[in-house]
Design a protein around this ligand. Structure first.
Ligand SMILES: [Zn+2]
Length: 216
């Protein structure tokens, strides 16, 4: 069984969304996401938008991102907000979700939702925040992607996965060297649902939130 990995920095699994750096050659990639990460935002970030818009037209571009907010590493808030809004708009217009990077900036995400009438589906990736913060987001088009934190007993991620509506979750390896199978296995134990069921759930979740469908 091929298990879908929604966010990875490795090219080894083909049934996965590879996090593409904007200047990486795309030829050998099956699915990818690409965006302007807050860590890499420069004052002239707008200059990279045409490249991003061109990549978004590629049918293999499954999501915009990582994009988001980071209060530890990243430029001034207003630069982050502008760059995020532009990328969210691109995701919305393309009909694909946005993969979110969020560090100590939960309020900035809430502010974005409150100010925008129409938003793309936003996937909080590497989710490991307190469940009550996740609950606040359920009123918005938000999904959650769970990774290595599921393997730590008593993690926030494990606590939220138990409560998270089944139509809102995904799984990922991110930059870890874990296999996607081991993440699904951990989720299967936490949720007491067979891996095969989780696999079908994730595929149907994806195909509900995105115009660009995935097939096993
Ligand atoms: Zn990542």
């Amino acid at each position: 069984m091929n298990l879908f990995d929604i966010h990875t920095h490795s090219t080894s699994n083909k049934f996965a969304i590879f996090n593409l750096e904007i200047d990486f050659p795309v030829e050998s990639i099956s699915y990818f996401s690409t965006g302007l990460h807050p860590w890499n935002l420069e004052v002239n970030w707008q200059e990279h938008l045409p490249k991003l818009q061109a990549l978004a037209k590629d049918e293999r571009c499954m999501a915009i991102g990582e994009a988001g907010f980071d209060r530890i590493w990243g430029p001034d808030n207003y630069v982050q907000k502008e760059a995020f809004s532009a990328q969210a708009k691109l995701a919305l217009e393309t009909g694909i979700p946005l993969i979110l990077h969020l560090v100590k900036a939960h309020d900035m995400l809430l502010e974005y939702f409150k100010n925008e009438e129409k938003t793309p589906t936003i996937i909080c990736h590497g989710f490991n925040l307190k469940p009550h913060l996740a609950e606040q987001l359920l009123q918005f088009p938000v999904c959650f992607s769970f990774g290595k934190a599921l393997k730590q007993e008593g993690s926030n991620a494990a606590a939220w996965l138990k409560k998270c509506p089944a139509d809102r979750y995904f799984f990922e390896t991110d930059d870890s060297d874990l296999s996607i199978d081991s993440i699904f296995n951990a989720a299967s134990v936490i949720l007491d649902r067979p891996v095969e069921e989780l696999s079908n759930q994730v595929i149907s979740n994806w195909n509900r939130i995105s115009k660009r469908k995935i097939y096993e």
